[in-house]
Write a protein that binds this ligand. Structure first.
Ligand SMILES: Nc1nc2c(ncn2[C@@H]2O[C@H](COP(=O)(O)OP(=O)(O)OP(=O)(O)O)[C@@H](O)[C@H]2O)c(=O)[nH]1
Ligand SMILES: [Mg+2]
Length: 323
């Protein structure tokens, strides 16, 4: 008996997928000390980034890429690429920070577009488009800061932006819910285009999909905790943070939204993030470039957007103090 007759077509497909794996690229952004490295290490279940290894000498935004293979029993491995943005928000005047990130995202689109326009394409060209941008917000209990608004408004036009409220263990349950509400009110009031989980990029999506999306929308911004320890509790492995009063379990849905977020990212929505990047965000960019309304070196469109964000933020008189 050979392999082509002894195993089912489904098993053959599964084995091939396991061998090849799935590719996913994420960016994790936020000002210094928001818990980005801890979040990434917890998400990947391994130390991908050493703490405090990323501080740039000159406070300019730079881009660093890390790779991690996410493997779970009986599932297709995910080849995860993680881009971080050391230096983001480190200056006294941060107007350029968000623009630098936007430029980086557009540069990845340009590479694909330039390749598409060639007569002879390089079929091995690497696609480095970012599928999800996680933006970490400090748990201040206050509305968003100008930089947060500016970043999400600008970057949301070119990437699937998902806001995260980091260090959720520093807030009580009531404070957390209030902080989530303040963030979402700001996002709605400023028409910030974060990822919409109720939209579908798939022709088989039905009302169940929409209802699931609505449930996820209610969790936004996802409250996350970065663990600094791993413990086995009642036979189950958890990332934890220990305090004199007890232990915070990152993967416990009663403690934060980390587990649903991880399942959404690596499970139910992985393909949707990729489809949305290719069919909606890249397609829009491509149309703008080819129609001549957007030049390769970021001209009026981004600048006009940038100005409009500044105007809106100024008129809101936001409290920009940091705790
Ligand atoms: N209480 C609490 N502390 C956290 C959490 N995540 C990270 N920290 C702590 O916050 C500090 C900064 O965490 P990092 O993960 O290095 O933050 P970062 O955003 O990568 O920092 P930079 O790379 O310097 O910008 C460290 O002392 C972490 O232990 C969290 O969820 N809760
Ligand atoms: Mg870091």
């Amino acid at each position: 008996m050979n392999t082509f007759t002894s195993i089912s077509p489904e098993e053959m497909r599964r084995r091939k997928m396991v061998k090849r794996g799935l590719d996913l690229s994420i960016m994790v952004c936020g000002v210094r000390g928001t818990g980005k490295s801890s979040f990434i290490n917890t998400l990947c279940g391994q130390q991908v980034i050493e703490p405090t290894s990323e501080t740039p000498a000159d406070n300019n935004v730079s881009f660093k890429t890390y790779k991690a293979e996410i493997t779970e029993i009986n599932s297709t491995p995910i080849n995860l690429e993680i881009v971080t943005t050391p230096g983001f928000g480190d200056k006294i005047n941060n107007e350029e920070s968000s623009l630098e990130v936007l430029k980086y995202l557009e540069a990845q689109y340009d590479t694909i577009l330039d390749e598409e326009c060639r007569v002879e394409r390089n079929t091995k060209a690497k696609d480095k488009r970012i599928h999800v941008v996680f933006y970490l917000i400090r748990p201040t209990g206050k509305p968003l800061r100008e930089l947060d608004l500016e970043f999400m408004k600008m970057v949301g036009t070119r990437a699937n932006v998902i806001p995260l409220l980091s260090k959720a263990d520093l807030l009580t349950e009531e404070e957390l819910q209030l902080n989530k509400q303040l963030v979402m009110d700001d996002i709605k009031d400023h028409n910030i285009p974060i990822y919409d989980f109720t939209l579908s990029y798939d022709s088989v999506a039905d009302s169940d999909y929409y209802n699931e999306g609505l449930e996820i929308q209610k969790m936004l911004p996802f409250a996350v905790i970065g663990g600094n320890n791993v413990e086995i509790i009642n036979g189950q492995k958890f990332h934890t943070r220990d305090y004199p009063w007890g232990t915070v379990r990152v993967e416990d849905p009663d403690h934060c939204d980390f587990l649903p977020l991880r399942n959404i990212l690596f499970g139910s929505y992985l393909q949707d993030f990729k489809d949305s990047t290719h069919s909606v965000l890249y397609e829009k960019y491509r149309t703008e470039r080819l129609a001549g309304t957007k030049s390769k070196d970021l001209t009026f469109k981004s600048d006009a957007l940038f100005d409009s964000v500044k105007r809106e933020s100024a008129s809101q008189h936001l409290d920009i103090s940091v705790t």
